[in-house]
Design a protein around this ligand. Structure first.
Ligand code: F6R
Length: 257
């Protein structure tokens, strides 16, 4: 059962609080499917990590059942470690290929890999933003929220005008990343991420957050004044273009709950 509650007013983000993680996954998959339904050739970016696992399972289920088709969409990878290739054990792109891009039958020529192995990463990052822009910008950016408030790998200190670039990873983020590979992988100190400026231009942004351990950073993101200390807080300026989907645990410290 989906115990969703929507509380959105004009020019404010739309916040949906659902009961459990499974409801969140369904809600997020629905949001993606709705954009693809309206615009089959949508330009999208989707995150890696623990939070979107259920969303990908549902999207793959729908694709394999013939209910959804990503065949005309253009997909841009959100972030990865600098120098990582899909052949490396610790590669977010590798993870994404296994969880979604391959089982979801995305055509290889519609997948844009963030250029983490370019000779000149700064130049290549600018080229990646240009590719996004040339295709008309993002119709949809689904993002998760790091324990330190990061979006993609836009770590604390990031600005709402930031473009795609190379960033230094905080120790906490590297530890979070290492946990994805049971602590066995050596996580680089630098990464490449789509910038908040590029994400903020998306026609729709969906922020998905689950779990009690994120409740305080969710509260700070949505209720405190926007600050570079909590990069996610910049997303609020997208107003109603931002749809926040939370499970009850993640929403538990919001003052309006
Ligand atoms: C991953 C990414 C990160 C994660 C965030 C939450 O591509 O961009 O910003 O979305 O760290 O990660 P989980 O979902 O593992 O808690």
């Amino acid at each position: 059962m989906n115990m969703a509650e929507d509380a959105g007013v004009a020019h404010s983000p739309i916040v949906s609080v659902v009961e459990h993680y499974d409801d969140l996954s369904q809600r997020a998959a629905e949001a993606v499917a709705a954009v693809l339904g309206r615009k089959p050739d949508a330009v999208v970016t989707l995150p890696t990590g623990d939070t979107p696992v259920g969303m990908y399972q549902e999207l793959v289920r729908r694709i394999q059942a013939g209910e959804l088709d990503f065949g005309r969409a253009q997909f841009f990878c959100l972030d990865d470690y600098l120098g990582a290739t899909p052949e490396d054990e610790a590669s977010l792109t590798r993870w994404l290929r296994a969880e979604f891009l391959i089982p979801g039958n995305l055509p290889e020529n519609h997948i844009h890999y963030i250029p983490t192995v370019a000779d000149n990463p700064a130049l290549a990052a600018a080229g990646y933003d240009r590719q996004i822009e040339d295709l008309g910008g993002f119709d949809l950016a689904v993002v998760g929220l790091g324990p330190n408030g990061h979006i993609g790998f836009n770590e604390p200190g990031s600005l709402p005008t930031d473009s795609t670039r190379v960033v230094e990873l905080e120790a906490a983020t590297r530890n979070q990343s290492a946990a994805y590979w049971d602590g066995k992988a050596d996580i680089p100190t630098q990464a490449m991420t789509i910038g908040l400026g590029t994400i903020l231009k998306a026609r729709q942004i969906v922020l998905i957050v689950s779990g009690k351990n994120k409740a305080e950073i969710v509260r700070a993101t949505l209720e405190d004044p926007a600050t570079a200390d909590v990069p996610g807080s910049w997303l609020v300026q997208a107003g109603e273009r931002l749809h926040v989907i939370l499970d009850q645990d993640a929403a538990s410290l919001l003052s309006t709950r």
